[in-house]
Design a protein around this ligand. Structure first.
Ligand code: SAM
Length: 338
């Protein structure tokens, strides 16, 4: 194995968690993410090939100290080479933790193959239990597919199966308790995510956002208790749910990712790679570092290591959403990788 350096920034944070976006395309059109007509998709030649993705993941794991790799998008399950990309990552030494964030569509057909390839876990996005509301929210009639995907993930052992939910005022913010009950009944771990200013339409409004405080108030019937396990670098603050256990027989928990009202930038351990090979040191970064140009220009692993390290050194102390000078990044969430 090559010698390992790390992805450190000027504030002492070390990135060990790599988020890889495999495509900017998606088979849903969630109203809070992209417009009905979709977006101007990344031209195919701009997208990294499977081998290019695998090379960068190898460099990150074997030479830059990355220990966790999450594949996302867009919708990662629509990337044809996904199983092969995961299989290649699973062969690396040291073996990274491998997960996928997905809308769950098609997971019923692919969960077993993904597990076989070496995938450890999945996060499935689900914002409502109501099929008609799902249709309105995502502009697609695929609610049953998502539920089938969740079941298949659990059956395949892609556990713990986590559900990501974004609550929106007047849209689905009445569903917090029902979603939690659903997750508990099925042995899934639910995490609510505060809506962030990353929509393609730039319509995010702080006052419309459902805050962590409101989410926790809505969950009062569950009598949540502070968690006894340290959060570490995890984005979700978790609470114990008395009287419930999870699929592994452990005390059940619910998470809230309060990126806006309770930012956790000081503990951030993320580095991000877009589907067209750009390193982003923050979801909200306004600049990127082009690894694709290096890859395609014949750069050595050492040159890529150096460029990735330089990109991370420039990471800002915080995302600055609260700063009056905050600028939403040009790339929407779907093209960064959520
Ligand atoms: N297609 C996959 C999925 O649905 O999980 C992966 C990409 S999607 C961008 C990842 C997650 O980001 C989803 O849970 C989605 O709900 C969430 N998301 C999208 N836009 C968001 C926003 N503006 N604020 C917070 N979360 C957002």
């Amino acid at each position: 194995m090559a010698s390992v350096t790390v992805l450190a920034d000027r504030f002492g944070r070390i990135a060990t968690d790599l988020r890889v976006s495999l495509t900017d395309r998606c088979n849903l059109r969630c109203t809070y993410c992209m417009p009905a007509e979709g977006l101007a998709w990344m031209p195919q030649p701009d997208q990294l090939t499977d081998d290019e993705v695998s090379r960068l993941v190898r460099i990150a794991v074997e030479q830059l100290g990355v220990t966790e790799v999450r594949f996302t998008g867009g919708e990662p399950l629509i990337r044809r080479g996904l199983v092969g990309i995961i299989a290649a990552a699973a062969k690396l030494t040291p073996r990274p933790q491998l997960s996928v964030t997905t809308n769950g569509i098609g997971l019923d057909r692919t969960a077993a193959a993904l597990k076989e390839a070496g995938l450890d876990r999945v996060n499935v996005s689900l914002d409502t239990l109501d099929p008609a509301r799902f249709h309105t929210l995502t502009r697609r009639d695929r609610h049953a597919d998502v539920l089938a995907g969740l079941r298949a993930a659990a059956d395949a052992g892609l556990t713990p199966v986590k559900i990501n939910t974004v609550l929106m005022r007047g849209v689905n913010d009445d569903e917090a308790p029902a979603l939690l009950r659903f997750a508990l009944d099925h042995g899934y771990q639910l995490r609510f995510i505060e809506q962030m200013p990353l929509d393609a339409q730039h319509q995010w409004d702080r006052h419309e956002m459902v805050t962590a405080e409101e989410i926790l108030a809505a969950l009062q019937p569950f009598d949540l208790r502070p968690d006894d396990v340290s959060r570490g670098t995890a984005p979700a603050e978790t609470w114990l749910i008395p009287g419930f256990v999870d699929a592994a027989g452990q005390p059940a928990r619910v998470g809230v990712i309060a990126s806006v009202t309770r930012p956790f930038c000081g503990d951030c351990d993320r580095t991000r790679l877009t589907a067209d090979g750009q390193v982003r040191n923050c979801l909200f970064a306004t600049d990127e570092s082009d690894l694709r140009r290096l890859l395609r220009g014949g750069a050595s692993d050492a040159e890529i290591v150096e460029a990735w390290q330089v990109a991370m050194r420039g990471k800002r102390a915080g995302h600055g959403i609260d700063d009056p000078a905050f600028l939403q990044p040009a790339r929407p969430m779907s093209a960064i990788g959520g």
